[in-house]
Design a protein around this ligand. Structure first.
Ligand SMILES: [Zn+2]
Length: 202
């Protein structure tokens, strides 16, 4: 399950409405939508959902349109998991992506600026769509694989847990985030991850 290339860079040849994603990134004066991390520690995974519903209601899960939104807003995430469970690597794990924004880890961790030490995973979903069985399967396999490669267990948080009311009250951000939301089944994900940890040993 090694994803091929990091998609949020100027070499991306995926075309959206006749414009290449790579050219959209180049037009912003960047080579890619990531930057160096300030520290070496990566010990958190942030789970998000995202869609293109606001751009094109008829195609909310279009990979190209979701990538275009990343380009339009100058944001990014390490992985995108489509409705059928396809995993795209968007940003190298060793680099900092811009997915969490103003954020603070839950008690007792309390570290801020979560982008610095986290990997962001986007699930293609709308607030009402819920998540597919294929997405849960790919998510847990991906996380088990990352834990094996990084040789550690990550802390798993939702964007809503680190960029919610507390982050707003602390002045870290203006609006609270609500993804992945209450339709994301944490016990299903964590149970599946527990099983995948065992099956990837050795
Ligand atoms: Zn999010």
């Amino acid at each position: 399950m090694k994803p091929a290339a990091c998609l949020l860079n100027v070499d991306n040849r995926i075309s959206v409405g006749g414009v290449l994603i790579g050219d959209m990134i180049g037009a912003s004066g960047r080579r890619h939508l990531w930057e160096e991390r300030r520290g070496n520690v990566v010990d958190v995974v942030v789970i998000h959902h995202t869609s293109a519903a606001a751009l094109k209601p008829a195609r909310p899960f279009s990979r190209g349109l979701i990538l275009k939104i990343f380009c339009d807003y100058g944001v990014s995430s390490h992985y995108l998991i489509g409705r059928r469970g396809g995993i795209d690597l968007l940003v190298p794990e060793g680099m900092k992506a811009w997915h969490a924004g103003g954020s603070i880890m839950p008690e007792p961790d309390n570290r801020q600026a979560v982008n610095e030490f986290s990997i962001g995973i986007e699930l293609a979903a709308t607030p009402a769509s819920g998540f597919t069985a294929s997405q849960y399967r790919s998510l847990s396999r991906l996380c088990a694989d990352m834990e094996r490669r990084h040789n550690k267990r990550f802390a798993y948080v939702g964007h809503d847990q680190i960029a919610g009311e507390r982050a707003v009250a602390l002045g870290l951000r203006k609006e609270k985030k609500a993804d992945p939301g209450r339709l994301f089944d944490w016990s299903r994900f964590l149970g599946q991850l527990e099983r995948d940890r065992l099956s990837t040993v050795g």
